[in-house]
Design a protein around this ligand. Structure first.
Ligand SMILES: Cc1cc2nc3c(=O)[nH]c(=O)nc-3n(C[C@H](O)[C@H](O)[C@H](O)COP(=O)(O)OP(=O)(O)OC[C@H]3O[C@@H](n4cnc5c(N)ncnc54)[C@H](O)[C@@H]3O)c2cc1C
Length: 458
């Protein structure tokens, strides 16, 4: 008999959600995480006594607790967590800012429609048609890749509006350069423009505790500092995993949430790992400023998506950072969040992994300092200068992300090639998380739950 019925590799959000679902249904489950804390890409750390979140701008897919069919509430039901007791802070309002137009949107879809009526009056009816098509599309049945850009051009025929709508959807959930799959576009459109942004009460640490406590409550076991060095094959099946210290743990089934390049390396899977490498990497800078400074900079603006060109160049940059477009997030500008005495300003820009990787250690430190300054000054040109007000600052390059999460090339959204059905050539090895297809916090959790439901609870 195997040691476990299910071993999950990776204690990020997909792995924990998968673990809750499997333990809830009585599978003897072991979750293995290389790091000392959970969360993966969305975790936390301490600097100078201050806790900082690695990732959280906002969660997508906001829904009122009573809305039974909403993805967020379905997810909570699947995890047997009370949505009513889960306190959320909704966004005030976010904005897409291009040189010649801007569009605000909130968790009330009507705001975006009104903004389009004002800035693109000729496109209002076509935008309504777009919403109908998005509502009718089933993005969860695997289908051949279809260009979201072509779909937008056919439906809207308003190039600037098309570029503007694509910016938040791509930067919060597209692993491919230039264009995105229509199914992924539909998922992101619904989760951002129809449902919207919120933050859980407290920080990501409390949210992760809620999840890991639930997992343990159902009898799931969790081991930190447990780096898996091999997924062990025996004939045409997976026998279990080997840890870096040599320990072999057997299992009836293994679920990998470490991405395709990681899974290829752990199994010796006969696939070109390069083809599954990430295309889009980012650098994120977190600045702490006095609360009143942040409140005055962009009052009641939650997330700002900016582009300084008329078209969106969503692609790997030739430079260390692409400052021509990006995201600026105010994590304290959510309804009911109190951030005194300090508030964060987080700004994100596309980064070139290969250039960062090529730098020698000393050069890397200098480059990081210089590009952090450049990124903050650049954000200052969009929202007003704030560098002089910064009391603490930190930034993550693609190398930081790769170092702490093993995400290949620091590519947050993983491979452009997704394994949508979660299966592998081995009948008892499955893929969940970023490289299964769903992206972001809610997406990663839904992926973990879905793969367990489809393949392990039969
Ligand atoms: C800077 C930043 C900002 C973000 N902001 C947001 C946001 O505001 N909203 C949002 O919805 N999403 C955001 N995201 C994206 C979101 O965090 C991810 O999409 C999601 O968390 C992915 O979860 P995952 O479980 O698929 O992968 P991961 O989080 O990568 O989890 C994989 C886990 O596997 C572990 N691991 C890897 N290899 C091994 C091994 N060999 N053995 C054992 N363990 C291993 C890693 O340590 C990691 O914990 C952000 C990400 C970043 C980096």
């Amino acid at each position: 008999m195997a040691d476990y019925q299910l071993i999950i590799i990776g204690g990020g959000l997909s792995g924990i959600a998968a673990g809750i679902r499997s333990a809830r249904f009585g599978l003897k489950t072991l979750l293995l995480e290389q790091h000392t804390i959970p969360g993966g890409l969305n975790s936390y750390y301490y600097r100078q006594g201050q806790m900082l979140e690695t990732g959280l701008h906002a969660m997508t897919n906001y829904a009122q607790p009573g809305d039974k069919r909403a993805p967020l509430n379905r997810l909570f039901r699947q995890l047997k967590l009370s949505r009513k007791q889960f306190t959320t802070h909704e966004q005030y309002c976010s904005e897409i800012r291009f040189p010649d137009a801007s569009l605000r949107f909130s968790n009330q879809p009507l705001l975006l429609e009104e903004e389009i009526r004002t800035s693109f009056p000729a496109a209002v009816d076509r935008f309504s048609r777009l919403k109908e098509l998005v509502a009718a599309y089933d993005p969860f049945t695997p289908a051949p890749w279809r260009s979201a850009r072509n779909f937008l051009a056919e439906t809207l025929g308003e190039p600037l509006l098309e570029e503007m709508l694509l910016l938040p959807l791509m930067v919060y959930g597209n692993a491919e350069e230039h264009d995105m799959d229509l199914g992924q576009f539909v998922i992101m459109f619904r989760s951002i423009f129809m449902e919207g942004f919120f933050r859980p009460a407290g920080t990501i640490r409390e949210f992760l505790s809620l999840l890991t406590n639930q997992y343990r409550e159902f009898g799931g076991e969790l081991r930190y500092r447990a780096l898996v060095s091999e997924i062990v094959r025996s004939g045409d099946r997976i026998q279990g995993v080997r840890l870096a210290g040599g320990e072999l743990i057997s299992a009836d089934a293994v679920l990998s949430t470490v991405g395709m390049p990681g899974t290829i390396a752990l199994t010796g899977w006969d696939l070109p790992a390069k083809a599954y490498g990430g295309q889009m990497s980012f650098m994120e800078t977190v600045s702490l400023v006095p609360w009143e400074v942040a409140a005055a900079i962009e009052p009641r603006r939650t997330i700002l998506f900016y582009n300084t060109r008329p078209t969106l160049c969503y692609q790997r940059t030739d430079s260390f950072l692409d400052l021509s477009w990006g995201v600026i997030c105010f994590p304290s500008n959510f309804v009911g969040v109190e951030a005194e005495p300090y508030a964060q300003i987080r700004n994100t820009n596309a980064a070139n992994y290969a250039l960062w990787k090529a730098a020698a250690p000393e050069e890397y430190r200098e480059l990081k300092a210089a590009w952090t300054r450049a990124a903050v000054d650049n954000a200052g040109t969009v929202i007003g200068a704030y560098r002089q007000e910064v009391v603490y600052q930190d930034s993550f390059t693609p190398l930081t992300i790769e170092r702490y999460t093993r995400k290949a090339e620091g590519a947050i959204y993983g491979s452009p090639l997704k394994i949508k059905d979660g299966t592998t050539p081995w009948p008892n090895l499955f893929i969940a998380g970023t490289d299964q297809g769903y992206l972001g916090i809610v997406g990663a959790m839904l992926s973990g739950v879905t793969v367990v439901n489809q393949h392990l609870l039969q």
